[in-house]
Design a protein around this ligand. Structure first.
Ligand code: BGC
Ligand code: BGC
Length: 747
């Protein structure tokens, strides 16, 4: 391999002055307007664009993965290789670089990251004619998850269970701080695909099956991520990614126009409206059209109707996929033309795919398959992003500060988020919370003492923390031990655990699934493994209290374990998850999480969601028949909705009097639904229109005001072909919360 033999490794300890680009930088005259920090962004962009060659513009539209410049410049990773940096950043003039899952610097410390990103940045700036900085992207989807020692927040599905936009925003802010400290300025988060099918390997990356809950939590996350102005968020994966055929990742989706518009699009729209700087395209096809080839999706809808002004980036190698997977064309140039003309501004490129893309797009312009205008448009958007992020003025980060900023940062926030996400589903006889004065408590099950399991995929590596790698965190066993000390006995062998439970006061059994990501994490039978079901059943047979804790990215069909008398869903709670679980089990915190998704009885009942439309069906389970429904979640106190009033027309105001009628303080989550007793177009029996989370002291009651735009109730009109426009259908609506309801008449 030519690259390998020519490769010379360069160290990461590049010495850098942390400062902007001097106006006198070689090759750019003092009159260069684009280098003037006082000029407006549009003025800087148009000045720079005028100076650029076609090759430089196509380069801006190119985002190679950093592995293209590490080690053997294929997949080895490792130290940066100068000859490959030259190829990617100078010859091909790439304007952006990403670290895909697990594409880390060799030692994977925050400082190591900052040195690596600074080194790539310095190479790009020093060697490009116009000194254009790169923008560096990374998947920080639950904290800065690739980095050893960075705090890992709960995965998105757990954030969904918090029903807490404020915590989602705070997580965004914290993540951005960590990301920026290590160099990158672009985060490929949040995911705005909605949960539909537990078989899908990316289920845990979604917030909720409900479009409004997902959209609102993502919107807050984006506000947090972008608050400093130094990091950009990404709405992904646009659109309709999350209900692929038979739950297999990146296969065809068939989403009729009404379902697509009314149910799938709102969450992405909420994120676009929240001001996300960028958007990533769905790798799959929808209704027979790969999303990367959809001019309707990426231009007519996104730009024309929604007014999106930011950068559209492809997903992983998905420009080439139009040739190699979808066969829309027989050449890479053909694929580039389709994608760029549909609206893709930048291509994300693994090794083996970079040169072909650049050459293909250059050929397209020369053969007039792609216009100069389209290239200028995409380049302007990318340059605008770079100016917005301040990259021309402050391209480097101070690597000496990275460790202190990132290592173990914001653990309290991680504990809070994980605690709020804990969803108590069964508590027969109020056995929970457990007394801290118990004698022996057996702690067992495959996820009782496992950081990799509680962190899930996209942690250190793409598929999760690999064997032999230690990433700090508090396991559930450690969390329990921190509360009850040596009364907690970790027993890993299942039959020993059953024996020991006979002589114990209680057993806590932590079951669930192993980490994974994307298609490798698809599961045709998403249920609790048979040996784990047996473990739960055998523990229960001892007659002792048995608390079942599930650590998983999706509701697993429980089989025998459905008989559990105490059941806590912990989701993938992240590095501080053990503290959160222990706080709940021993009553230091009152459970407040609510299911953001439906929990099926059996795997055969997927896809499942509470918005299933009515039908004439009569067979068992053919209607919405979950084990635990959307919004389920118990607490250690009791709550009531005491009054509900509705007013307004364009904006509907809902006032709800809520009360903590029990004896413990807690946070009450209040979902508000709309129902339509009569509708010519089938609508879900319930649609979430608003929600809030209210802290209430024992015995306290309060009145909260919520509101929602009437347009949230819009549905697509027309016959079976859904050919009509979206509108709110006049008639009677019922607004319901906690068993109370009020009428809303739409004229
Ligand atoms: C995933 C994206 C991710 C990208 C970069 C893709 O395979 O679909 O969600 O942002 O890789 O790692
Ligand atoms: C990368 C991921 C990417 C995946 C796509 C992996 O090699 O590390 O970031 O999402 O490939 O299939």
């Amino acid at each position: 391999m030519r690259l390998r033999t020519r490769a010379t490794r360069i160290g990461l300890a590049v010495t850098l002055t942390v400062s902007g680009l001097a106006l006198s930088a070689t090759g750019a005259s003092a009159q260069s307007r684009y280098l003037d920090p006082n000029a407006s962004t549009p003025a800087r962009v148009s000045d720079l664009l005028k100076r650029m060659t076609l090759e430089e513009k196509v380069g801006q539209m190119t985002q190679p993965a950093v592995v293209n410049m590490q080690g053997d410049c294929q997949w080895s990773g490792g130290a940066l290789t100068e000859s490959c940096m030259k190829h990617v950043l100078v010859d091909l003039k790439a304007g952006s670089v990403l670290s895909g899952g697990g594409e880390t610097p060799p030692a994977n410390t925050p400082k190591d990251w900052a040195d690596m990103v600074n080194a790539v940045q310095k190479y790009a700036i020093d060697h490009s004619r116009l000194h254009i900085p790169i923008v560096y992207g990374v998947d920080a989807v639950h904290g800065h998850n690739n980095v050893l020692g960075a705090t890992k927040f709960p995965q998105q599905i757990g954030v969904g269970a918090t029903w807490d936009p404020q915590v989602s925003e705070a997580m965004g802010e914290s993540t951005a701080k960590a990301v920026k400290a290590t160099g990158p300025q672009w985060d490929f988060a949040p995911v705005e695909d909605i949960s539909r099918d537990t078989r899908w390997g990316r289920y845990y990356e979604t917030y909720s099956e409900d479009p409004y809950l997902a959209g609102s939590l993502g919107a807050s996350n984006i506000q947090g991520l972008q608050k400093s102005g130094q990091v950009s968020a990404t709405v992904k994966h646009f659109g309709g990614y999350s209900q692929p055929f038979a739950g297999h990742d990146r296969t065809e989706a068939h989403l009729d126009p009404r379902y697509f518009q009314d149910t799938f699009l709102p969450a992405y729209k909420a994120a676009v409206d929240a001001g996300s700087d960028t958007l990533m395209v769905n790798s799959g096809s929808v209704n027979g059209i790969p999303a990367h080839a959809s001019h309707y999706l990426l231009t007519d809808l996104l730009r024309g109707q929604w007014g999106f002004k930011g950068v559209v980036v492809s997903d992983w190698d998905d420009v080439k996929s139009l040739q190699t997977a979808y066969h829309l064309t027989d050449s890479y140039a053909g694929a580039a033309a389709i994608a760029v003309n549909a609206g893709v501004d930048m291509a994300m490129l693994p090794p083996g795919s970079v040169d072909g893309y650049v050459q293909g797009l250059l050929d397209d312009v020369k053969s007039h398959k792609v216009s100069q205008r389209r290239i200028d448009e995409a380049t302007s958007r990318i340059l605008t992003l770079k100016f917005k992020l301040g990259l021309f003025d402050h391209p480097y980060v101070d690597a000496s500060k990275a460790d202190a900023t990132v290592l173990g940062a914001d653990k309290d926030l991680a504990v809070k988020a994980a605690t709020e996400s804990q969803t108590l589903l069964k508590n027969d006889g109020n056995v929970l919370p457990l007394s801290t004065g118990l004698g022996k408590v057996v702690v067992t099950g495959p996820s009782a003492d496992s950081i990799p399991n509680q962190d899930g995929g996209w942690t250190i590596q793409w598929q999760g923390i690999p064997a032999g790698v230690n990433d700090p965190g508090v396991t559930i066993y450690q969390g329990i031990k921190n509360v009850i000390g040596d009364h907690a006995k970790l027993v890993t062998n299942p039959s020993d655990a059953v024996d020991q439970t006979k002589g114990a006061d209680a057993a806590i059994v932590v079951v669930g699934e192993k980490p994974g990501a994307e298609g490798l994490n698809d599961n045709e039978q998403p249920e609790l493994a048979a040996d784990q079901q047996d473990l739960v059943a055998n523990l229960q047979a001892t007659g002792k209290p048995v608390i079942v804790v599930v650590v998983a990215g999706r509701p697993l069909a429980l089989g025998k374990a459905a008989d559990a008398k105490q059941l806590l869903m912990s989701w993938l709670p992240g590095s501080e998850g053990g503290t959160a679980v222990a706080n709940i089990l021993f009553g230091k915190a009152n459970p407040s999480g609510r299911l953001p998704v439906s929990w099926p009885k059996n795997t055969g009942d997927e896809p499942m969601f509470y918005q299933q439309l009515p039908g004439t069906n009569g067979g068992a389970s053919s209607n919405y028949d979950p084990l635990f429904g959307f919004g389920a979640g118990l607490s250690y106190t009791t709550y009531a909705v005491q009054d509900l009033a509705v007013s307004g027309s364009h904006t509907v105001k809902v006032s709800v009097k809520v009360a903590n009628t029990g004896s413990k303080d807690g946070d009450m989550v209040v979902p508000v639904f709309a129902q339509q007793p009569v509708s010519q177009i089938l609508v879900p029996p319930n649609r979430l229109v608003a929600y809030t989370r209210v802290p209430l002291k024992a015995g306290q009651s309060t009145t909260v005001s919520l509101s929602f735009p009437l347009s949230r109730l819009a549905v697509t009109q027309g016959d079976i072909n859904g050919s009509g426009t979206q509108a709110v259908i006049p008639g009677l609506y019922k607004i319901v919360a906690g068993g109370k309801s009020a009428d809303l008449t739409v004229h």
